[in-house]
Unconditional design. Structure first.
Length: 589
């Protein structure tokens, strides 16, 4: 018995056929009643059944032809309604033709009944189809979370339809128009559109705690909107992206969305022409920057990518993502192993991203920082020159500008070496930029973990600021800078405006809806840390054809003296003093 009651497509088709036959009988009989003021003469009853069989057969035929019987009941849509109308039009037009050809079969017959029956049949059959959806939608949304939709576009309609079908866990109760003010006070699928200035009132009235952003906004617009929503008590903020939208899932607005400085002048064509068909060797390929550069080089159709890293786990991770790349587990301090890689693979382009970058760790491990960052980089530079590599790109950092820590000082030494070494046929360039969002050393993952644990969120100083950029954009700009390099340049990426770390922490706490639970605690500047990072030594930077890329003023340093000073640095007991001699602006803290 239970199996018999289980719904199937076959049972659904026959259910509707039977019901449509009954509804057609009722609609035709009611049409006769209406035509004759509820008193049908006997002479018309005689032909009633012939008319009913003919019209009903035609309706069933054309509704089958227009796939009306293939409709899933609770997903009845406007297109399905149109198909029912088409089926009725063809059915009744066909009946009129048949009647005109064989009128003696149907007479006596009141022809006005056809018009009445047409509309009654549409109402009866259409109402049956839409009934389940009306019931489903009127009761289904009570279990869903009330949500505010930001933006008026095609995605807005689809989200509402998905909510009506319970395909998502949210039910839109109001829509906020961002730019399209003509839509204000209008309705989309029975959901009212409001002006953005009415957010606070709407949120309070409908007890909304979730917002879904359907419109692409720039960073400033998005930050202002999120701040406004947070002030209203809306802490669950979602965004619609193409892939997630198709799967009816939404991504949370992240702090990266609010901080990311996305350059407007990415020249992907220039990058592709620069990378395509080249053999590219990347040191530090398992790190945040190196791995993204490896992915970019693969995307831009490098003929071969050689991945070098001394971390087994990091190298494994990126090699899994890029199975056609060549992974080599070596340390750049091993000069002979490094030379062997160059000899075997003969790279056209070398991108040197390997370095120790964590400021406090470098302060506590000065010898290791100097060896890895300076000597390792010197090995890469010297071997690249030895093998006449066409171009070598060195990844530098804003911490190399007027450094206050060992990490920044070592990177500044590498910049000086790269700018002053005799290069022969090799073009050597360095690219300097600030923090990248999502990197292993970024403060953001640390803040996320602290917020999840209930706080406190630790900030070193209330005035500390940093630059931020998304990893993919930063890496693309590195490749773009390299594409225009002639050799000897120190490129500086425009990182936008610096961000106060305490503001960043507050914004993240608001995004997690933990304002009343998580506190911020100031712990004091760490060893070697400074309040403000800089990207240029002075204001004598030179513009390139790209607004996001500048060239810093070159720094001359006699190469023989620099080599001698580096040797002295390695042998000295007081390495900080030697670093200060090489870099007069180094103020160690």
């Amino acid at each position: 018995m239970r199996e018999w009651l289980k719904p199937t497509s076959f049972k659904r088709v026959w259910f509707f056929i039977v019901v449509d036959i009954i509804l057609s009988l009722l609609s035709l009989y009611l049409s006769y009643l209406l035509r004759f003021n509820f008193h049908i003469e006997d002479k018309f009853i005689a032909t009633f059944w012939i008319v009913w069989v003919c019209i009903t057969s035609l309706k069933l035929l054309f509704m089958y032809f227009f796939k009306v019987y293939k409709i899933v009941w609770r997903f009845f849509s406007l297109i399905d309604a149109q198909n029912i109308i088409k089926a009725h039009l063809f059915s009744y037009m066909s009946f009129v033709i048949i009647y005109l050809l064989f009128d003696d079969i149907f007479n006596p017959f009141p022809r006005s009944v056809i018009v009445i029956d047409f509309f009654l049949s549409l109402i009866f059959i259409g109402a049956l189809r839409v009934s389940k959806r009306v019931v489903f939608e009127s009761h289904g949304h009570h279990t869903l979370k009330p949500a505010l939709i930001i933006g008026v576009n095609s995605k807005t309609t689809t989200i509402i339809q998905s909510a009506l079908k319970s395909q998502i866990e949210y039910f839109p109760t109001a829509i906020i128009a961002i730019d399209d003010h003509t839509a204000t006070d209008m309705y989309i699928n029975n959901v009212r559109v409001y002006d953005i200035n009415q957010i606070e009132r709407i949120v309070e009235r409908h007890h909304i705690s979730t917002a879904i952003i359907t419109k692409q906004l720039d960073k400033k617009q998005l930050k202002n909107l999120v701040d406004k929503l947070n002030r209203c008590g809306v802490n669950e903020i979602k965004k619609v992206e193409l892939l997630d939208f198709e799967t009816k899932e939404f991504k949370d607005i992240s702090i990266e969305d609010l901080l990311a400085r996305e350059p407007k002048d990415l020249d992907t064509k220039a990058i592709e022409e620069f990378i395509k068909d080249k053999v590219i060797l990347i040191t530090g390929a398992g790190g945040s920057i190196g791995s993204e550069i490896a992915r970019q080089c693969t995307n831009y159709q490098a003929s071969s990518v050689i991945l070098i890293d001394h971390s087994e786990y990091n190298l494994y991770q990126i090699s899994q993502q890029l199975p056609h790349a060549i992974a080599k587990l070596i340390n750049i301090l091993d000069k002979e192993a490094l030379r062997n890689i160059f000899e075997i693979y003969k790279p056209d382009l070398v991108i040197h991203a390997a370095a120790y970058k964590h400021v406090p760790l470098c302060e506590y491990n000065i010898d290791s920082a100097i060896k890895n960052n300076i000597i390792g980089s010197k090995n890469v530079i010297d071997i690249s020159i030895e093998f006449k590599i066409a171009k070598l790109v060195i990844i530098s950092t804003d911490k190399a500008v007027r450094p206050t820590n060992v990490m920044g000082a070592t990177k500044r030494v590498v910049e000086l070496y790269a700018q002053n070494v005799p290069t022969n046929h090799t073009e050597i360039v360095a690219v300097r930029f600030g923090n990248v969002l999502g990197s292993s050393g970024s403060v953001i993952p640390k803040f996320k973990e602290q917020i999840k644990q209930g706080g406190p969120v630790t900030v070193t100083h209330p005035e500390i600021t940093r630059y931020f950029m998304l990893i993919p954009e930063a890496c693309q700009l590195v490749l773009q800078a390299a594409s225009i390099a002639k050799g000897g340049e120190l490129f500086v990426l425009d990182m936008g405006e610096p961000v106060k770390i305490v503001d960043l922490a507050q914004q993240m706490i608001r995004l997690y809806g933990k304002e009343d639970e998580v506190q911020i605690e100031f712990t004091g500047l760490r060893a070697g840390e400074k309040l403000y990072e800089e990207l240029l030594l002075d204001d004598s930077d030179k513009e390139t054809k790209y607004r996001s890329i500048f060239i810093a003023k070159p720094s001359y340093y006699d190469f023989k003296q620099l080599s001698c000073d580096i040797d002295t640095l390695l042998q000295s007991e007081n390495k900080i003093e030697i670093l200060k001699k090489i870099i007069p602006e180094f103020k160690h803290k």
